[in-house]
Structures are given as structure tokens and as C-alpha cells.
Write a protein that binds this ligand. Sequence first.
Ligand code: GLN
Length: 542
Amino acid sequence: MSIKTIFITGGVLSSLGKGVTAASLGFLLERMGLKIALIKLDPYLNIDPGTMNPYEHGEVYVTDDGSETDLDLGHYHRFTNSPLSKISNATSGQIYNEVIQNERRGKYLGRDVQVVPHITDTIKQRIKDCGKQEDGIDIVLVELGGTVGDIESSPFLEAAKQYYSERKDSTFFIHLTYLPFLATTKEIKTKPTQHSVQELQRAGVFPDFIFCRTSHPMTKEHKEKIAINCSVDVSCVFEISDIKGSIYKAPLHLYNEGILDSLANKLHLKKAPLDLSSWKMMIESIENPLGTVKIAVVGKYIEFDDAYKCIYESLLHSAASASVSLEVVKVNSENIDDLEEKLSGVQGVLIPGGFGNRGVEGKIIAASYCRQRKIPYFGICLGMQALCISFARDVLNMDADSSELNPNCASPVISLLSEQEDVVDLGGTMRLGAYPCKLNKNSKAYEAYQTEFISERHRHRYEFDSRYKDQFEANGCKITGVHPELGLVEIVEITDHPWMVGVQFHPEFLSKPDKPHPLFSAFVNASLKHVPNNEPVYEYQG
Ligand code: GLN
């Protein structure tokens, strides 16, 4: 079978859940026994989201090959087994950069370099590459970021149109739109969808399916109206109702709407019975918990859920597998004056990654607080560095800091990686992607992973300075994971503590709802054992 391609475009509004919809379709197609690959096309001019503010763009998802990519790839990872690498996310910035570099090298010698055909050809090539990254890919799902009608999207729509005209039998389009509910007349309206589809058709793209996000049920008449005005069969207009409860119900919603059947007919796919039982069981345990675990996340982007998306999802996966619900207490690390009050009733504290000075002192103080009160603590990247700085200050009496935060401090227990010394550019230059790590067999990390060699993804410039290793170990902070050849410190643990672990890498990129990450599970299990409030204070308080 030749590779089939499904484009997913969005209309009317942004934030309709195109990423989750694409991932959910991928999930269902995989359950039919097909091999899928997902790609996200982002119309912005940045090369990647790596240099963007998380408030602007949400979290950056890092792949094994060290690409800094859109957060939708996190959905792809959690719902599907799609290969994910630098091939899986293309931005206008990357496309234009490639064309301009080719022009400088003389690839288009003697010709004008233009959006059509040079930019559009490069976009089409990226989609073709996505289908070639592994043998046996049956279907490529292309999520087009942005909203139809945006100036930036037009080269991508033009490329999609051309892609279709070159492969009419194997290219399909899904348009995800929104039906607003008018409170005054108490009805949902289809007009914005009609206009959005017309805009798409003007660009030469004719959707095969229209998915309508709506907060209120659609009637047959709504579907007929959209069908007749948008030139699609009424059987190809689907209601995508808002999901109540777990986001992991999204594929089941699509399935129950009969979308897979219609898709299988249109794409001439062999229908096969789907086994959704284990997925349904996972949702059962999310929705019918036997208890609760209360975890505080202390960070500076706390008001914006997308900034720590994978962290929250990973905690949820582990809580569900322990049959408890997750209650997250969001603590802004810039404002921790009443930390005791904020952490009251909390069974565990997680400090995620971050950059720059803002809010770091709050993270360091929170790390001290958890160590002294023996509250389970999970430090990720900057959260691990905060653990080390707090330990050095309180226990080793050092004037300690990270040289990122205070370049002139007396004891830079966290300092610049030597490979970073000559780095000037900010984009794509960190220590990125998967690196191996060897675990000390006598450690909480080993207890969690149950294996000596692991691989985890990184995104940082600073590291634990090995000159301080002996002092740390002699006083109760053990190095329990290192890069096997380079000796870089990857994991630290406080020995006299129920569970205080810091990792320089980002385990949150690997957790799946049906395969929680072992470190998150170990942290959640330790937190479940913690009885909060009135914790006695141990050791010297700095
Ligand atoms: N800013 C720190 C570093 O670059 C931590 C990075 C992170 O938390 N991702 O090392």
C-alpha cells in the first residue's frame, strides 16, 4: 500500500485541540494495526520554539535526537508510537532557512527563488521525509499549526494543495472548526465554520471531513447545513464535543462518533476490530480513584498549565497507576513568603526545570524546606540544581550558587558545562537530547528503574561541578547516576531522607498514560507514604 497522508487544519479559533485530535486519530489507526507517523507544521518564523517564552508557546518538547519541538509532540508521544525527531516538527523558519542556504550554495543557480515552487517544494519534501523515516509507515498525519486565514499559513496550504494534486488517491483533509454557542438565542451557529471552509477552499484545499468542536450537541440539521454549504457528504461532518474528564478519552470520543469507520471507508483501509480495553482500564483508574495524592509543583510559570504540560501529565500517569487522583498545588516560586501555609497538607514537592534568575531563590528555599522536613522531593533539571545549592548552603555552609545565577559566587556547585564555554548562539545549543546514564545499584533511582543503564533526554547548559563531589557524598548527598564515559553527574539523592532525588535530565518527556515513568511512580509512591503537616524539622536550618 502506498503511504496515505491526512492533513489536519484548524479554523475559526486557535486552541481547538488539533494536536490532541491528530494524536487521537493516530492512536485509533495504530489500534487498527497501521503504522503511523505524525508531523507538526508550524507557520512561525522561529527555527524552533527553543528560544520562545513558555508563556508564549508553552513547554518545549525535546526528542531523543535533541530537537526542541512543539508541545503537540508531547501529545503525539503520549497517545501514539509515532517516531519523533527533528523530522516531526517543521517551522516556516526552518523551511525558509533551508531554501536560503540552498540559494547561497547555488542550488537554484540562475533562477528566481520564490515561495512557489521553492518554499512549497521544501514543505512537501518535509512531509515525504516524515513517511520515510522508518520502514513500513502506512499513514502520515500532518497537523498544520495556526488557523486557516492566517497570513503565515498560506505557503503551507499551497503546499498541501499541491501535495493533493500530485497524489489524489492517497491525500485527505480534515478540517477542525468551532461552533460557537449563542447564549441569547441558546443555539450553536455554523456560519463561522462555513466561512472557514470557504477560506480553505479558496486556497484550493477541499476538506473530506469536517470535525466540529462544540459545547452543545449538534442536530441533524446542523450537520446538513454544514454539509451543503461546504460541499461534503453529511456523513463526513462530525461532532467533537468538549471532553468531560480525562483528555485520554479523546480517541474514544472519536471512535464512538464513528469517525474511524468513515475514515477507513474513505482511505480504503482494511477494517479490523479494535482492542481498546487496556486504554479504557487506564481511564477507569484516572476517573475512579481510591484516594488522592497531593503534590506541590513549585515553579515560575505556574499560572500557565502548558508551560509544565509533561510534568503534570507524568504525575497524573503515576497517580492513576497507584489508583489515586492527583491534586496539584501550584506554588509560584517568586512568592514563597508563606511557604509553610502553601505546602500545608502537601505529600510531595516537585520542582521542574527553568532558566534565569527569576524565582530561583524560592526553589532553593523550597528544596531546603523539603530536606529539613523530610517531605518527598523530586527535582528536575533546575530543580536538581536547586537541591544541590540548598544542600551546599545549609549542610556544607558554603556560599553556594549556580554560575548561571551568580557568576561571581564563592562556591559554584553548579557551573557551566565545559562543552558550553565557547557557545555564543542561544538557539539549539544546549546539551540536548538523549544521553546514557549509569546508576549506582544502591540507590532510589535504581530501585525505581530496576536496571543499571538508562537513557534520558536533556536540555541544559549547567551541571553539577564534580570538584564538590566528595564533600557532597561525605555529608549525605550521594551521586547515584553519572554519564558512563564522561562522568557528568545526572542524579543526586539525599541519603537520610525518605525520597529526595534530583535529576539533571527530563524524565517527563518519556512518560505515557499506559506506561508511567518509573521515577515519577517512585516519587508518587513515596509521597503517598508521607503524612503531611507538622513535619519535624531535621538538621541545621540555614
Ligand atoms: N538553567 C539550567 C541549565 O541550563 C537548568 C535548565 C533546565 O532546567 N532545563 O542548566
